[in-house]
Every structure is written in structure tokens, then in C-alpha cells.
Design a protein around this ligand. Structure first.
Ligand code: MN
Length: 748
């Protein structure tokens, strides 16, 4: 930002220059030339904001001019919008009213300015997140004149570009709101360039360090990337020239924010973002009827040169995205086995993709009329907004817009969508799939991370439910269920499980009463229920039957000698023997006797050598030395070693805290079984190379080898005996060096 110590004359000149520039751009566009009204709007706004300055010190009028410029050049709007943009802050910040605007500029412009004034303090203001649900509705009503939204977008973009001169306490709020509301909205409106800029700017203010770090990483790797691109592009250039195609090719770098998002959502380091850059081929095709054909010609030519990834071809030409995006995307295996995305588009498609609406004007014959053009576009937007199906909206959109709703949408690993009430947990998902899955749900992976049953979900999460046959439903689960369906299913399951135990408890009780010839009166019953803190007979019977409560607890606390004698008689009969029952149903060993030596307060040193071994590996996760693990003292008194991330370990930690022990690997030396998943492009001799590398060069024992090939892509499951995780890391690194291997990671 410049320093504003200009003289009034210089300032006047600056303002004038900026306005002339706005007009020049407008005059070059396809719009009907309504200069007079624009000039009037400018004078009016300038007068209204006279003497007012922005925080940076510059005259306020420069802001409306900049907003009008964005509306005109970057969004492609016409005179009505330019006027409304110039006047957008007048009603809010000055003495003038909407009526004044209407008097001078007519109904239409007044209405847009009114809309802009409303949303500046309303839904887009401080209460934005609180009134989230209303956002969608508002958007629908507002899109009666979509220009309100578009100018608001221009306003926000300019505020973001000049965010540095805003009050610091406002910066964070504005940046967050931009990412939350405006960027997804821009995307939905097809304003891709604006969307990307908004995201990057917000990200820069919200996570300055991360932004700088990725920026630096991009800089550091640019040489390698350029070299790779050049090598990759050379044969393509040669071929396209041969074919006589007029085109322009660009090396298109992913935006910093997109890179960061990918790293976050996929939990991968910068180095593993495979689509860091893409090659964009923009061909000239004056004859619009030949567009599609040319696209496919180019596609055929480049897939002749490089092998395409079977699952990463996207035809947005035959099926354009709902926001109008068209292109053909294909991912090719470039030099050194790097996957490189190539985007093929015509000049027209490219402009639509970058500028959205702005481009539509350009491809209209003759002069355009803003009104009729907008109404056509508006109806498309409305369709998108009203149709919540995922095919109509991009993934990101679904994700963001659902944040404004009382419902969330999550995805199964297969990409199916499950809609749930907001604040739903993993367990809600499990029960919504099936009662069976719900009752046996033990944990889940959300976006590939292990989480407990109670984990609350957010829209867009990918959820994989983990089940175990030994799991049983618990009454307390109801606390973290939000959907009515899940609650009903849980209760039903609980009843089903409790029924036999209740009967058992009732039998115990009835038999005792009958044997002793006692009539149970309300007085005795109430006392018993109160002592056990149970609500009713059913619960008492269930807990007696399951052994969760035992009669001796009552005996200790009861003050009634009559009840005491009653109950002690139960004991003498050995009917409701609480202690014994408890052990049986919960399968708890007499832990004190079984594990006398282990002090769980100290780190347990795992030992494994020819003479001695003092632990067992858990079957569920099969860790190896070097893994982050914990010990669990099992029913045999042995220390069972689990990976920290193992679902079973999570449950053990939650249920058997005192039996968990920290461990160290220092004294473990042996061979352990690990499985490595390898993926790559099949070629002759690759298998020999792989096995040769492992068994001879690295001297590692192969235990099993499973190979599957589909369409030239192979996957391999390799079982090996290794010393520790370091060996596995080294092994993976070496396997990756084999030509054609794309990934080698340890299986979990
Ligand atoms: Mn403004």
C-alpha cells in the first residue's frame, strides 16, 4: 500500500485517474455504453463520501471505484452493477437514503444498493455464524437480483486485498468469514479466479506461518518442477505442432491454500501432493462446433505419449459442472513415474473457467443486455441452490453449505452420503447403517484418523465404522446419539439383550421370596431400589441378572435389620451371589493374583531375545519394534502389546485404565512380521527386480507375496520379517526406487 501524503490536488487527480480507468475498461467491454449514468453515480458517491478516509488514509471513494472495477472487469457486469457498486456504501455510511438513490438513479439500482446495505449489517455481519441456517434462504431471496451477491463479492475481494490496512481485530474475523462464506459462494457462482484469490488471502491471514512455509517450499522446489515440466511438455508440444493445432500451454501451479488443504485432509507432506502443478492446454477454436472434437484429438495424442491413470480422467465437457465448468482432465504418468495432470480446454472454456460470468458476455454476438443475460444465468444459479444433490454441486460446496444447516452430510468410504442431524456422532452413523453395525461398533476412522464412538462429526467427514463381534451396546451410548433413528435402534437392541438377564434376575429374586415364603411389599421394594439407585424393578432385575450389582452392597448399606436378614438369607442360599456372577459375566480374571510383578506406574521394559520374552503381540494390530505402542495386562497376566492407534487399544484404555502400562522397546531383538503394500505400473521383469532387491540386496526374508494386476496397474502385498520400523522405512524407500513403483507403505 502506498503512503498517502498527497496534496489535495494530487489526491483529486488520483481519484479521477482511477475512475477514468474504470470507464475505459467498461468501454472496451461488450456492454451497451451507458457512460452518463455511471459518471453521475461516481459524482454522487464522491460527494457523499467527501472528506472520509479509509483506515489506510486514502480517500474513501477509491474503495467504491475499486469495487466497481472488480464488478466490471473481473465479474463482467454492466452499467447497472457499476453504478450500484459505486454507490454501495452510500446508504450505510452517509446521510443519503435508498429513496435518494431511487430518485436519482431509478428503482433497479436503488434496490441493489438496498440489498447491499441490508446484508452488510445483517447476515454477513456479526451474526453470520449464529444465523447460519438462514443463510441459504437469504441467498435464495437475494438472488432475485443476483447482482447484489456479485457486488458483495467484489466488495469483499477488495476488502481482502486491502486487509493489511484494516484494524487487526477485524482482520481475523474478515478472513475467517471470507473462507467460510464468500469463497464457497464464489466457487458456486463459477468465479474460480476470485474464489482462489479469496482463499489464498484468507489463508494468509489466518495461518501466516503455514502460508509462508508452503510458499517457501514452492520456491525451493521450483527448479525441479520446471525441469520436470519441460521434459514432460516437450513431446506434447512436438505432437500438437505436428497436428497443426493452435494452442497455448501453461504450467499451472496449485494455489497455496489448495496445497495446504490437500496436505491436511490427506495427511500427507508437501512432497506427496502429486498434483502440485498441472499442464493446461488451451486451444484456439473459432468454430465452436469443433470444440469437443479437438479436445478429444488432443486427448488421444497425449495419451499416446504417456500412460493415463485409469481412474483420473474427468470429462467435464460432455457433462459440464453445474457451475458451467468445462474441460477434459487426464492424469498421465510422466517422466520418473510422476503423475501429472493435463487439463484440456478451448479458449472459451478457459475464460469461463477463470472468469465465470464475465466470459459469457464475451461470447455473445453484438451488444449484450445485462438484464436478459442475468435472468438466464440467475435461473441456473437458482437451480443449483435449490438442488442439494451431490451431483449438482461440487464436493467443497456440499461441505461448506451444510455448515449452515441443521443437518450434516458425511461420506462412507465408498462415497455414499449419509445425512444426519448436526452434532451427530460416529455411533449415529453406525446405527443409521444398520442396528448390527451400531451394536458392534467399537470405534471409527474419520478422515482416516481413529476416533472413539462418541466423536462428533462435521459435514464432509469421511467415516469408516470399525466393528467387533465382542462389542455389546451400552445404555450410556444414548448420551452421544443425536438422531432419533439411532436412539430407537439402540433402545431396541438394549431391550433385546437385557431381556434374558432381566428374567434371570427376576428368577433369582422370585425364587428367594418363594423359598423363604416372603411377600414382597412396596416398602421393602422401595428401599431396595433406593439403595441400588435403580429406577424400577426392571432395572433391578437386569442388574441382578447381569451381576452388575450384588446383594452384598445392599447388605452393607442397608439399615433395616429386616432387610438385612432377608438378604443375608439370599446369600446363604447362594442364589444371587453377586461377586461370583460379576466375574463370570465380565470375564475379569483375579487380576491381583495373575499379575503380581507388573508395576503399571513404571515403564515396562519389553524383552525379547533367545532366552527371554516377557510380552505378547496383540493379534489385532501386530505392532513391530519402533511402533508407538502400549501394554495391556491381559487376562492371563501377560503384557499384550498394542499399537497406540489400534481400535482395540482405544477401548482397553477407556475400560481398563489400571491395566494399561507404558512400555519401551529397548531390549527387543528379533524378527517380526510386517506387511508392505506396493503399487505401481506393471512392466516386464519388475517382480524379479522387487524380490531380488529385498532378498539379496537387503537380505530380508520374504514371508508372503501377493500380486494383483489390473489394467497395467499392479498392487502387491508383501509380507517380510524385519527387525523394526527403521528396517521397514528403509525397505519402502528402496522399493520406491524401482522404476514403475508408485507407492510402498506398510499396511496397517
Ligand atoms: Mn464496501
Amino acid at each position: 500500500m502506498e503512503q498517502y501524503n498527497l496534496t489535495p490536488e494530487q489526491e483529486e487527480q488520483l481519484v479521477d485517474r482511477e475512475f477514468r480507468d474504470l470507464l475505459d475498461g467498461y468501454l472496451r467491454s461488450n456492454h451497451r455504453k451507458k457512460v452518463e449514468i455511471i459518471e453521475r453515480a461516481f459524482s454522487f458517491a464522491k460527494e457523499a463520501h467527501k472528506g472520509v478516509r479509509r483506515r489506510s488514509g486514502e480517500p474513501y471513494i477509491l474503495h467504491p471505484i475499486a469495487v466497481a472495477k472488480i464488478a466490471s472487469r473481473e465479474i463482467g457486469l454492466g452499467s447497472t452493477s457499476i453504478c450500484a457498486a459505486l454507490l454501495h456504501d452510500v446508504v450505510e455510511d452517509t446521510e443519503y437514503t435508498v429513496e435518494d438513490i431511487e430518485q436519482h438513479f431509478g428503482k433497479k439500482i436503488a434496490m441493489i444498493v438496498e440489498g447491499l446495505t441490508k446484508i452488510s449489517g445483517g447476515i454477513f455481519g456479526d451474526k453470520a455464524s449464529a444465523q447460519a441456517e438462514n443463510f441459504r434462504k437469504l441467498l435464495l431471496t437475494m438472488s432475485e437480483d443476483i447482482r447484489v451477491v456479485l457486488i458483495k463479492m467484489a466488495d469483499r475481494l477488495h476488502n481482502m486485498r486491502t486487509l493489511g490496512s484494516m484494524a487487526p481485530n477485524k482482520q481475523y474475523k474478515i478472513a475467517g468469514e471470507t473462507l467460510y462464506i464468500y469463497a464457497p459462494l464464489a466457487h458456486r457462482l463459477g468465479l474460480f479466479e476470485i474464489k482462489t484469490e479469496l482463499e489464498d488471502l484468507s489463508f494468509k491471514y489466518e495461518h501466516p506461518k503455514e502460508y509462508a512455509r508452503i510458499e517457501q517450499l514452492i520456491k525451493n522446489t521450483s527448479e525441479d518442477r520446471d525441469a520436470l515440466y519441460t521434459e514432460f511438455a516437450a513431446p506434447i508440444h512436438a505432437r500438437l505442432n505436428e497436428m497443426g493445432i493452435q494452442y497455448e500451454a501453461r504450467n499451472r501451479l496449485k494455489s497455496i491454500y489448495s496445497i495446504w488443504r490437500k496436505m491436511e485432509t490427506k495427511h500427507i507432506p508437501f512432497e506427496e501432493v502429486y498434483d502440485l502443478f498441472a499442464m493446461r492446454i488451451i486451444f484456439d477454436c473459432p468454430d465452436l462446433s469443433k470444440e469437443k472434437e479437438t479436445c478429444y484429438k488432443i486427448y488421444a495424442a497425449i495419451t499416446d505419449l504417456y500412460r493415463p491413470h485409469p481412474e483420473r480422467t474427468r470429462d467435464w465437457i460432455t457433462n459440464p459442472k453445474a457451475n458451467g465448468y468445462q474441460a477434459l482432465h487426464v492424469t498421465l504418468m510422466g517422466p520418473d513415474g510422476h503423475w501429472i495432470e493435463v487439463q484440456i480446454r478451448s479458449r472459451r472454456m478457459d475464460e469461463i473457467a477463470e472468469k465465470g460470468f464475465a466470459a459469457h458476455w464475451k461470447y455473445k454476438q453484438g451488444e449484450s443486455d445485462e438484464e436478459s443475460e442475468l435472468s438466464e444465468w440467475l435461473s441456473t444459479i437458482k437451480d443449483i441452490l435449490e438442488d442439494p444433490t451431490p451431483s449438482a454441486i461440487d464436493f467443497l460446496d456440499t461441505l461448506k453449505l451444510n455448515l449452515f444447516s441443521s443437518e450434516i452430510a458425511v461420506f462412507t468410504p465408498k462415497g455414499e452420503i449419509i445425512t444426519l442431524p448436526a452434532n451427530s456422532s460416529v455411533l449415529d452413523v453406525a446405527f443409521s447403517l444398520h442396528s448390527e453395525i451400531g451394536t458392534h461398533c467399537i470405534a471409527a476412522k474419520v478422515n482416516h484418523k481413529l476416533v472413539p464412538l462418541s466423536h462428533r462429526l462435521q459435514s464432509g467427514d469421511q467415516v469408516e465404522i470399525l466393528t467387533s463381534q465382542s462389542q455389546t451396546p451400552k445404555p450410556e451410548w444414548e448420551n452421544f446419539l443425536s438422531s432419533a433413528k439411532a436412539k430407537t435402534r439402540l433402545r431396541k437392541e438394549l431391550r433385546r439383550i437385557q431381556q434374558p438377564l432381566m428374567e434371570k434376575g427376576k428368577q433369582i429374586f422370585d425364587k428367594f421370596l418363594a423359598d423363604k415364603n416372603i411377600t414382597l411389599n412396596n416398602n421393602v421394594l422401595t428401599k431396595i431400589l433406593g439403595t441400588y439407585k435403580v429406577a424400577n424393578r426392571e432395572e433391578l432385575f437386569y442388574k441382578l441378572g447381569s451381576g452388575e450389582i450384588s446383594i452384598d452392597d445392599y447388605l452393607n448399606e442397608s439399615t433395616s435389620s429386616r432387610a438385612r436378614s432377608l438378604i443375608s438369607k439370599i446369600f446363604s442360599l447362594g442364589l444371587g451371589g453377586g461377586k461370583k456372577k460379576k466375574e463370570k459375566t465380565e470375564a475379569q480374571p483375579d487380576t491381583k493374583a495373575a499379575r503380581p510383578k507388573i508395576n503399571t506406574k513404571e515403564k515396562y521394559v519389553l524383552k525379547y531375545n533367545d532366552r527371554e520374552r516377557n510380552f505378547v503381540f496383540a493379534d489385532c494390530c501386530r505392532p513391530i519394534p519402533g511402533d508407538e505402542v502400549m501394554g495391556f495386562i491381559n487376562d492371563n497376566g501377560e503384557v499384550e502389546v498394542h499399537e497406540l492407534t489400534c481400535p482395540r487399544a482405544q477401548v482397553l484404555k477407556a475400560s481398563y485404565g489400571p491395566r494399561i502400562v507404558a512400555t519401551s522397546w529397548d531390549h527387543v531383538a528379533g524378527s517380526f512380521h510386517a506387511v508392505i503394500n506396493i503399487e505401481g505400473i506393471d512392466r516386464h521383469g519388475i517382480l524379479q527386480e522387487l524380490t531380488g532387491l529385498i532378498s539379496t540386496q537387503l537380505n530380508i526374508n520374504i514371508r508372503s507375496l501377493n500380486i494383483e494386476a489390473h489394467d497395467e496397474v499392479f498392487t502387491c502385498r508383501l509380507g517380510v520379517l524385519v527387525r523394526d520400523t527403521d528396517t521397514v522405512t528403509l525397505l519402502c524407500k528402496n522399493i520406491l526406487k524401482i522404476d514403475g513403483v508408485k507407492s510402498a507403505v506398510r499396511a496397517r
